[in-house]
Ligand binder design. Structure first.
Ligand SMILES: [Zn+2]
Length: 480
């Protein structure tokens, strides 16, 4: 993409800028152009012009964000530009830090580039307009090279045998446009059902409450509608408690009766080879869930439903919150308009790996990548982290703080206009009026009390033989 940039002297530029009403940025490319123009002015030492252009960038950014979500690219543009202006630098650094932590799209090269921008922003002798690398002609074009290709799916970790516990984000080679074309508006459920049955050979299906469910023929259409009703029961509490709305598209559910079928479906439907241990996954691009599920046990699918539906209002949610909430929803009782969380196999997992439990402060710093095991030897750490995220959600709930923390993380970590930043640690400390260390001690005491009262009533869980020291819930428990 080529950009024509006017050459002008500083004062003349300022006059021109004030006389020409600039069109509001409609696209990310428009914002990118304003970002680049501001950098050019800074590099040329035209501070007044840069100030005016930065003001324009922020005005356009607000207009853009009225109609679009702030993804990592927009946050990068805003944060890196804020880093160039001394009074905005700490906000810019916070936003860049947040992008590094919460994005799910950047590959290793992208993360490395972002890190160097953050390092430059926080350097003591930061010079305006200085960047780790000269700003490229178009940062958004560059995104092609720093972004993980293909679609992203999130799998729920689970036990399938006595040794594996893996959560994986898999990447599909399927073209994104092909997947987007599968989306069907909620007003056309029959079209969604016909399409789902055609994609899942030997299936029967049903549509209910915005869900289309396809499952194996031998289970019968009643089973499909039962799974739809099971998932439907999660919608009201998601909306009531967390403002997580149903989709404007039909959510297509491929519910398999056994795990081999989940893996087979993943290959055929999405070109995915699932990591061993994953029992369900979701794909935002075609609004689908796939995994083990039955009319009386659709927890794994509900876990994935949280991942799908949280995005419109909370696109850059942190892993500790989204993964923790999805995991607790999966094992909750969904009442008419609220969730009831209780002791589950996640707590037992934390109990068995307590020595590896991250502190609350460390949990709040974790990225999506941290939730995946880097190899077999890393499984216990990942398992302890996943369990901690889930149990911490339950802790927040019992303290009456879950909703407050959720909405503060959504709305105050980075404000809607990307002009203010507050770390998750600051949010938590403000909510509890306590230091993160004190909250960690409280969590520890609360969890031990939970264990003690649990031990009085229930025999200790059987231990697994394998790299993860944990209980061995059967498949039914895992799927809930
Ligand atoms: Zn998940």
């Amino acid at each position: 993409m080529s950009h024509i940039r006017p050459r002008c002297f500083q004062l003349l530029c300022l006059v021109l800028l004030s006389l020409i009403p600039h069109a509001a940025a409609q696209t990310i490319d428009d914002l990118n152009q304003r970002w680049h123009d501001t950098f050019v002015a800074l590099k040329n030492g035209q501070q007044d012009t840069a100030d005016a252009l930065f003001k324009n960038f922020n005005q356009d950014l607000r207009l853009y964000l009225q109609k679009n979500n702030a993804d990592w690219r927009v946050e990068f543009l805003a944060g890196s530009l804020e880093c160039q202006f001394s009074q905005w630098r700490s906000t810019g650094a916070g936003i860049l830090r947040s992008v590094l932590q919460n994005n799910r799209d950047l590959n290793e090269k992208g993360k490395a580039q972002l890190s160097s921008w953050l390092t430059a922003c926080t350097a003591e002798n930061h010079a305006s307009g200085s960047t780790p690398d000269a700003p490229t002609a178009d940062i958004i074009d560059v995104a092609v090279h720093v972004q993980t290709p293909g679609i992203h799916s999130f799998g729920k970790a689970g036990y399938l045998d006595n040794s594996e516990h893996i959560s994986g984000a898999a990447v599909s080679p399927l073209p994104v446009n092909e997947l987007l074309a599968r989306r069907v508006p909620i007003s056309e459920p029959q079209r969604a059902l016909d399409a789902a049955l055609a994609r899942y050979p030997g299936s029967v299906g049903s549509t209910i409450a915005g869900f289309t469910v396809a499952t194996d023929k031998y289970r019968g259409a009643d089973s499909a509608s039962g799974i739809g009703r099971c998932l439907q029961s999660y919608l009201a509490p998601l909306k009531q408690e967390f403002e997580i709305d149903r989709s404007e598209y039909v959510v297509t559910v491929y519910a398999a009766p056994w795990i081999d079928q989940v893996y087979d479906n993943a290959r055929k439907l999405h070109g995915l080879t699932l990591p061993q241990g994953v029992v369900a996954y979701s794909v935002l691009e075609d609004m689908s869930l796939s995994g083990l599920g039955s009319p009386t046990g659709c927890g794994s699918l509900a876990h994935e439903l949280v991942h799908l539906l949280i995005k419109p209002k909370f696109p850059m949610s942190p892993a500790w919150l989204e993964e923790g909430l999805a995991s607790e929803v999966a094992v909750s009782s969904a009442r008419s308009d609220q969730f009831e969380f209780s002791w589950s196999w996640r707590d037992a997992m934390l109990e068995q790996n307590i020595a590896l439990r991250p502190t609350v402060a460390n949990l709040l710093e974790t990225s999506w990548g941290d939730f995946n095991a880097a190899g077999r030897e890393d499984l216990p750490r990942a398992a302890a982290l996943q369990a901690m995220a889930a149990v911490f959600i339950r802790y927040l709930d019992t303290q009456g703080k879950l909703k407050e923390v959720y909405f503060a993380a959504r709305d105050q970590h980075i404000t809607a206009d990307l002009s203010q930043y507050r770390s998750y640690g600051e949010i938590l400390e403000k909510t509890f009026v306590k230091s993160a260390d004190d909250i960690d001690h409280d969590f520890d005491a609360w969890f031990k009390k939970q264990q003690a009262s649990r031990l009085k009533d229930t025999p200790a869980p059987r231990k697994c033989n394998g790299p993860v020291q944990g209980p061995c819930p059967d498949l039914k428990q895992t799927a809930n």
